[in-house]
Structures are given as C-alpha cells and as structure tokens.
Design a protein around this ligand. Structure first.
Ligand code: MSP
Length: 504
C-alpha cells in the first residue's frame, strides 16, 4: 500500500464553473478512486482561490463585499462537485485561517531571511494576469489590458533559484509531464529569470493577505494560492499529517497555469526548504471550435445543464475518454452523443441487456452452471485476464482514454464471442447444446462484470447499477479475478442504464 496525494488548481470564485474546471476535477476524482480501489491511501485536495483583483472586481460588479461574494460563489463549485460525484478528501478556501496564517508566517520568514526585498519598479502590468510582464511579452503576447505602472513593491528573489530549478527538471524526467510541456518550461528557463513581484499596494487592491512587514500592501494572489498545496495538509501546523502526504504525487492543471506551477511554485518551495512535488501534470484545453472554452470569452458550456440533460456518468465518461493527455480536445454536443451511442449504448449497454435477458429467459434468472471450456472460451478468458493489468498500466501512465478503450474493447470482444456462440439459437436446440450456452452465458456475465468494475472510477453510479443487475454488488470493486459470479446466484432487476440517445 502506498500513499497518493493529488490536487486540482484552486479555482477562482469570480464566476461559475464550466466544463473545463469540471474536467480537471473529474480527472483527479478518477485517479483518486482508482488508487483507493487499489488499496492506496489517498488524499484528494481541491478548493477555491478567493483573493485578488479578479475576485475584488467580481464583488464590486455585484455590489457586495468580497467576503460575501466568495461565501456565495464557493457554493457554485461545491454544488457542482457534489452533483458530479466528486469524492474529495479536502476542500480548501484561501480565505481560511489555516491557510492565511501560514502564508503570513512564511512571508515574514522570507523577509527576515532576505529572500524578499523592496524596490521601485517601472514596467508593463497585465490586468488580466495580475502581474508585471516584460516589454517583449507586452509586444508579443495576447494580454487584453496593459497598463504602464511605476510602483514601489516587494520582490521574491526567484532568479536565485533558476539554475537549481533547471537542474531539478533535467534530473527528474517525471517532474513536468507530458514531455512537450517539460521542454517548454526548459525553453522558458533559457532566458534569465526575473525576480517575482509578490506585493500589490492596497491603493490598487486590498482584497488579499496583508504583508506582515508592510501594512500598505497585500500579497500577490499566486504567492498566496500556490501555498494551499502544503497548508491544506498541515504544513507547520500538523507535522505528522504533512510528513505523511507531502510531496504531492500529482498537481493537475491545464497549460494556462503551467509557468506558475512549474517555475514560481518550485522556487517558492526551495526558498522555504520544502521538497518539490513529484509530478506537475499539465493537460490541454477543452475548445469550442477553434477557441478555448473560457469565462472571459463567454463561450462556456454550463455543466449543470448538460448533466440535467444527459446524466452525470456519461459526461464524466466523455470528458475522460475524449481528451488525450497534453492535447486540446473539442467539446461538441454531437461528439458527445456519438461517443455515448457507440461506446455506452451500443457496445456496453446492449451487452448488458443481451446477457441479462437471455439468463432471465432461459436460466430462470440465475447465473448458469458452466461446462467445460473449449478453445474459444479460453481465448476470451485470456483476454479478460490480461485486461485489468493493461488498464492499470495505462492509468499509471496517465493514459486515461487508453485505459477506457481497453475496457470497452473487452465488451466488444464479448459481443463478438456472443455472435459466434449465438446462445439464443443454441437454447432452442437439443439438450447437449444447453451446456454450451450455459458456459457462454456464465462467462459473458462474469467477464462483463470485470469490464464494468474496471470502469467504476469513471462512472461510479451507473456501474453500481449494472453490478446490481448482474447480482454482483457484493463483489469488491477492486477484485477483478474471474469466477466471482457464482453459478446459481440470482440476477437483479433492471436493464442497461445507457439507453440510446436518438439524434433529432
Ligand atoms: N486560481 C488559479 C489557479 C490557482 S492554483 C494554486 C486559476 N483558476 S481558474 O479558475 O482560472 O482555473 C484554471 C484551471 O481550470 C485550468 O488550469 C484547468 O485546470 C481548468 N480549466 C479552465 N478552463 C479550461 C478549459 N477550457 N479546458 C481545460 N481545463 C480548463 O487559474
């Protein structure tokens, strides 16, 4: 048994969550469920980023104070996660004292150690990214609103850690995944790294954590938020808990916030004498056509509407099945329906119905007693036996679509096996054929159970329905050995929870 600590980004509570946020959180949930079912001890952390300019502006726009705003908007996230069956272990809000107290202590310590210094700085400031940008970035980048600012501020000596960070990335191939993103970060680090401006004068922004050594400033929202990954697990508060979980196995996020996680965060940890996380995993974007789905572009899919219409598990399935790690993916209702109908309604759902209807009709709703296995049976058994291992390997390598595909392909194999055997014809023939169809249906039901169990982390609720239809709800989810459905045990009621979606 080992430990598995996985995190999502802390989402800004300036607006409602959309499919993009749902994706990262479902991915973390699938990994957490998979590791739990493997017997690992799991800590799955998510939460909300509640300070900074974006939040202050959102509250101003609504005419409420920021605390009232965040207290209301955090519920949009918590409600959606509940709806999506997200089984997190902890939800951290950056306005909680368990977080803010530690951030203040660290700021003071870094100031005392000389890791933070004051300086006057004149430069370009991106309002949307809430940070100073270089002249080159200002010329080339896509920053909507840029201001020229001259300000006294506080800076973290990030540049001191540039060489150490490069060395860490080079000697730890799994530190940033996938490798394309790792190369991007190494490319970024070829240029001199600036120190990081970690303060905002209260004249511009007062919704943040006050600098303990200068009451006229609050800290930069990222210098606050990133620390959640250690404050949530008891850093400098509950040492046993911290030692147990840190370093994180995975920080999950999309590529938009890779630099903050792969450059700012490790250097902050180095300055604080804390070990670095094991893997920073950056996935692609869900796109609407050619553009990123994003709140500011106003082209988002509201997950609540989609779930109401199609159900939670099909949405979880589609998001996990259709995004290859590291690549962008396109979200369309047509694509969703096509995937649902082909994998879930046809391959999986029809199989559930076929197998259970035949057992109800010809075997008195009881799992038949198998006879001797022949070559065709043994070939199928071979595939079924090797599948769980392959699924496990894919998940460990973060190839979630491949893991799903292998499980669905087991269903396709079963469908073909049934076509070859045609038990619906055999049962009409003489008694000797009965034992063949009994064997066929016994194997089909048992292997179908294994395939279903392998998909449990992705679709926990509907898989449980299917397992109860197969009379397998008492079999431990992680036990995928063959032969656990006992001959003579009764099937449950019901039919496949994946009815076909008719396309208008
Ligand atoms: N508050 C910061 C993160 C701080 S972490 C210490 C932030 N929040 S955010 O609300 O903008 O969330 C960004 C994250 O949401 C992305 O990194 C990604 O995980 C998810 N996504 C938002 N839009 C997305 C897509 N269109 N596609 C995929 N993921 C998306 O950044």
């Amino acid at each position: 048994m080992s430990k598995f600590y996985v995190t999502t980004p802390l989402y800004y509570v300036n607006d409602k969550p959309h499919i993009g946020h749902a994706y990262t959180t479902i991915l973390a949930d699938v990994l957490a469920r998979f590791h739990r079912s493997n017997g690992d001890e799991v800590y799955f952390l998510t939460g909300t980023d509640e300070h900074g300019q974006k939040i202050q502006e959102a509250a101003e726009k609504r005419g409420v104070d920021p605390q009232t705003h965040v207290d209301e908007y955090v519920q949009n996230f918590q409600n959606l996660w509940k709806k999506l069956h997200i089984d997190y272990d902890d939800f951290i809000r950056t306005t909680e004292p368990r977080h803010t107290d530690r951030v203040k202590e660290l700021l003071q310590e870094l100031w005392d150690k000389g890791e933070i210094y004051a300086d006057e700085y004149e430069g370009y400031y991106s309002v949307s990214e809430e940070r100073f940008i270089t002249e080159k970035e200002a010329e080339e980048g896509d920053f909507r609103e840029i201001k020229k600012l001259k300000e006294r501020n506080y800076f973290f000596k990030m540049s001191n850690y540039q060489d150490k960070l490069i060395e860490h990335i080079e000697t730890h191939p799994d530190f940033i995944k996938p490798s394309t993103r790792r190369n991007e970060v190494l490319g970024f680090l070829k240029k001199p790294l600036n120190d990081l401006c970690i303060s905002r004068p209260k004249s511009r922004l007062n919704w943040g954590i006050e600098l303990p050594f200068d009451k006229d400033f609050v800290t930069y929202v990222w210098f606050d938020a990133l620390l959640n990954y250690i404050t949530a697990i008891g850093w400098r508060n509950d040492n046993d808990k911290f030692e147990k979980w840190w370093p994180a196995n995975y920080h999950l996020m999309a590529k938009d916030i890779l630099t903050t996680h792969a450059v700012y965060w490790p250097t902050m940890l180095m300055a604080s004498d804390v070990q670095l996380p094991k893997t920073i995993l950056s996935h692609g974007w869900w796109m609407m056509g050619e553009t990123k789905m994003s709140k500011s572009l106003g082209n988002v899919i509201n997950p609540m509407d989609f779930i109401e219409q199609y159900g939670v598990d099909p949405v979880r399935y589609f998001l996990m099945r259709d995004m290859v790690l590291g690549q962008d993916a396109s979200f369309t209702e047509d694509g969703f329906i096509r995937r649902y109908n082909s994998d879930l309604a046809n391959d999986f759902g029809n199989l559930v119905n076929r197998v259970t209807i035949l057992i109800h009709k010809h075997f008195d709703s009881k799992i038949p007693q198998p006879g001797k296995f022949d070559e065709v049976d043994l070939e199928l058994i071979g595939v079924a036996k090797s599948t769980p291992q392959i699924v496990r390997k894919h998940i460990e390598e973060m190839k979630i679509p491949d893991a799903i595909e292998v499980s669905i392909s087991l269903m396709r194999n079963l469908n073909r096996y049934l076509e070859t055997r045609a038990p619906w014809k055999l049962v009409k023939e003489d008694k000797s054929a009965w034992s063949v169809s009994a064997t066929t249906l016994f194997l089909s039901a048992d292997i179908l159970r294994i395939g279903a169990q392998l998909l449990h982390p992705v679709m926990p609720s509907r898989i449980e329905t299917i397992l109860s239809i197969l009379g397998a709800s008492k079999i431990p989810i992680n036990d995928v050995s063959l032969g656990l459905l006992k001959a003579g045990s009764s099937l449950g009621e019901g039919k496949s929870p994946f009815p076909r979606i008719d396309v208008k």
